[in-house]
Design a protein around this ligand. Sequence first.
Ligand code: GLC
Ligand code: CA
Length: 568
Amino acid sequence: MQEPRWWKECVVYQIYPKSFFDSNSDGIGDIPGITEKLEYLKWLGVDVLWICPVYPSGGFDNGYDISDYESIAGQYGTMEDFEKLLRTCHDCGIKVLLDLVVNHTSDRHPWFMSSQSGTTSPERDLYIWREGRENAEAPSNWGALFGGPAWTQEGPGGQYYLHLFSPRQPDLNWGNEQLRQRIYAMMSRWLDRGVDGFRMDVISLIAKPGEMADGPAGLSGYYDPRAQIAANPELHGYLREMRSSVLDGRDVVTVGEASAIGLEQARVITDPDNGELDMLFQFEHMDLDGGETFKWTDRAIQLPDLKRVMDRWQQGLDTVGWGALFWNNHDQPRMLSRMGDEGRFRETSAKMLATCLHMMKGTPFIYQGEEIGMTNMPFSHVNQLRDNESIQAFWHYTRSGMIPEQDMMQYIRLKCRDNARTPMQWSAQPQAGFTDAVPWMDVNPNYPDVNVQEQRGRPDSILAWYRSLIDLRHRHAVIVYGDYTPYDSDNPHVYAYLRSLDNQTLFVCCNFSASPRTCTLPRGFDGSNVTVLLDNTADSEYLSHSLLAPYESIILLKEGPHHGATHS
Ligand code: GLC
Ligand code: CA
């Protein structure tokens, strides 16, 4: 068994403050709004909150373009509001993680404005500047994630600065010792204030290789350098230095957002002996429905691919390291719309998806609204979008003629990040009870049916199901520490697996389809020593006929020696 740690036993709840709850009727969610809703989160049973950026920002990427690391943006409240939130959380036993965005800053950050002021600025080297090539060409053919080149020139004949996301988000130069010391000092001050750790934004990309050379261009005309950057071994040195400078001796947790990280490297990063990070978000499963035009396709995730990827990560981190489990976050369309059923089986499929994830090995993350089965938004026009990523992609792909407008709108409905960012649906009141004003972004029209108030009083709701899953985790060590073994791997419709610890074995069986499916009961699971912990289907025929109803999911617990994963 792996070493017990509190953060392995937790469930984390992710809050996107702008869309969580508006306490002062300006249409924007805020920090006092989170404090007001703590009673709900405590009732739900979550242990930790991850709060997306609330710092002053350039306003280009909803807070992921920070202009001041050590204050609170006025729209979200004051430092006193933040401290009150933190105190109230701690009083009721909830920990708080802040979002640490240190791959880049806003172009309005004073460090960048100074760096930009000229080659002799003492802060020039806090960012990454290079001379262009001949014929006014950028230093390399790297592309930015939000479209266009990753290099922007500072005036005619000037140097270029690197920005992996957008020109408004210049990348920091982690090779600069002074920069690293400033970041570590800033982190220490937040920890001194009492925060319990950090979710680290694109931490896998902080270590830029010395030579940022051309690579094979994709359809966009640019090279996507992320895999090359993430593979740079210098990353490990920075993470170890960060730990020894800031984190050692404090009982906090770190979760890295690790886009483009492979399994082998993830093992190194989360192996406790290496002193880097506690856990990682990997994205291989989220990228399964992408294609040549990035995520802008109507390709869907296929269950066999999802199983292959999840199994590989589950087994790869089973003995060393630790993973963060998620189906949703603020950058992803809603998983219920992606792999569940928004219609007749909305509730059943939402519960099934939750079961499948929460019983895996790793720390589960719930993204706001997931626990009530919020779905994608039926966007019909580009002016309903708020996220620059999709707005820019819309114009880029349609103007270049690569994707017809109607198709692009369809892809946006399926994949855009704004799907996750519509206001939290609290009740059937106007604007879903999120605000008394006009919300900063439209509320999903399904709020009269899908909201907290309706589900809170209903024992068979999705919300009640999440509450039960959280409670199970707190009561059964096998859910936290048990070994993971895939079961019936070749079944294209059912995702099943076993977890085992000491003399307990858990069997989790999930039907990912809208038709009844069979999956044989594992050996030893037909006796009197087996308990049904949860089943999302009334009158289940699973134990009697090995038959799963549409989107059925069942969790069985067996006491007694573990028999391995063989069929009966
Ligand atoms: C991360 C964030 C995302 C942001 C990006 C750039 O991926 O989760 O929201 O746009 O980093 O900071
Ligand atoms: Ca507000």
